[in-house]
Design a protein around this ligand. Structure first.
Ligand code: ADP
Ligand code: F6P
Length: 320
């Protein structure tokens, strides 16, 4: 393969730039030409494509967001859009594509491969909810961003002897809540994968107060419900004075952590290796510290993402 392209798709994640940089630099070092596609699949269909040099990715490794921009473009689920995309790629003489994004973006990569155009997926999302990998690009940074906020909230919660509900992102997954919750020493972590009972949650808060706790931090994954709704439900169980903090999109921005940069660099280089061998329809991942790849169909159909629920048990054992 002599010419490949790269795009970022779906929700952005810190470390996407580092992955693009790795794809570009590795491919050029292997004697290939690399093209960048702006705005994900929307830009692909529109032909918003340009060649990237090694210099074009200078000073990008430390930057959050994605300099190729991202987009949600539902039209790409239709065969018509996919064929139009392939037509654009062929126009530029491109023979393989690296797609950095979540499981929706993987489905686009799979569709292209099924039409005979090899595409490789790299897991990029703060949610860490993609099967086929233990970690996704952006998750570590998002957890650290949430943690910084939680540490600050702990300060004010202690001064005022208050209960805080801190809503974190994750879509339907509880990974950010679990990691940020354990790291911040939260009293309770509420995630969508495990049922919780408002009465029990309120009782635990009250028990903490009786024991002399100066604050209660509850980390709530957005996939359970919104923070305000959660506070209203607690109200019905005698907790009228909780404060709610919704961390929102701050978790999506910022300079990527060292871990995300390294992960992104390893994924980017591996994706180029695979395309060089003519392998498409696969996604890269990390399992027990080893970079691996797996078939996208197999991964999306049979691999279910499961957060590390041992962290929840651990938190119950150590949160006091
Ligand atoms: P993520 O990649 O983060 O999961 P989305 O689910 O929004 O984010 O998917 C990103 C993009 O991938 C969509 O906007 C669309 O362009 C493309 N996509 C999603 N699902 C499919 C599908 N079934 N077939 C082809 N392309 C898809
Ligand atoms: O998938 C990443 C994510 O940030 C989720 O955690 C969140 O639910 C969603 O995207 C927010 O999407 P949008 O940026 O479209 O508001």
């Amino acid at each position: 393969m002599k010419r490949i392209a790269v795009l970022t798709s779906g929700g952005d994640a810190p470390g996407m730039n580092a992955a693009v940089r790795a794809v570009v630099r590795k491919a050029i070092n292997e004697g290939m030409e690399v093209f960048g596609i702006n705005y994900g699949y929307a830009g692909l269909v529109a032909g918003d494509i340009r060649q990237l040099s090694a210099k074009d990715v200078s000073d990008t490794i430390s930057r959050g967001g994605t300099f190729l921009y991202s987009a949600r473009y539902p039209e790409f689920s239709q065969v018509e859009g996919q064929l139009k995309g392939i037509e654009q790629l062929k126009k530029f003489g491109i023979e393989g594509l690296v797609v950095i994004g979540g499981d929706g973006s993987y489905r686009g990569a799979l569709a292209l491969t099924k039409h005979g155009f090899p595409a490789v997926g790299i897991p990029g999302t703060i949610d860490n909810d993609i099967p086929g990998t233990d970690y996704t690009i952006g998750f570590d940074t998002a957890v650290n961003t949430a943690l910084e906020a939680l540490d600050r909230i702990r300060d004010t919660a202690t001064s005022h002897i208050r209960t805080f509900i801190v809503e974190v992102m994750g879509r339907n997954a509880g990974d950010i809540a679990l990691w940020a919750g354990v790291a911040s020493g939260a009293e309770q972590i509420i995630i969508p994968e495990v049922d919780s009972d408002m009465k029990v949650i309120a009782e635990k808060i009250q028990e903490g107060r009786r024991k002399g706790k100066k604050h209660t931090l509850i980390v709530l994954a957005e996939g359970v419900m919104g923070g305000i709704e959660f506070a209203e439900k607690l109200w019905g169980h005698g907790e009228q004075h909780t404060r709610v903090s919704v961390l929102g999109h701050v978790q999506r921005g910022g300079s990527p952590s060292a871990r995300d940069r390294v992960l992104a660099s390893m994924f980017g280089a591996k994706a180029v290796d695979l395309l060089q061998q003519g392998i498409g329809g696969v996604c890269v991942g990390i399992r027990q510290d080893k970079i691996i790849y797996s078939d996208i169909i197999e991964t999306l159909e049979n691999g279910k993402h499961q957060p590390n629920l041992d962290l929840l048990t651990l938190n119950e054992e150590i949160s006091g």
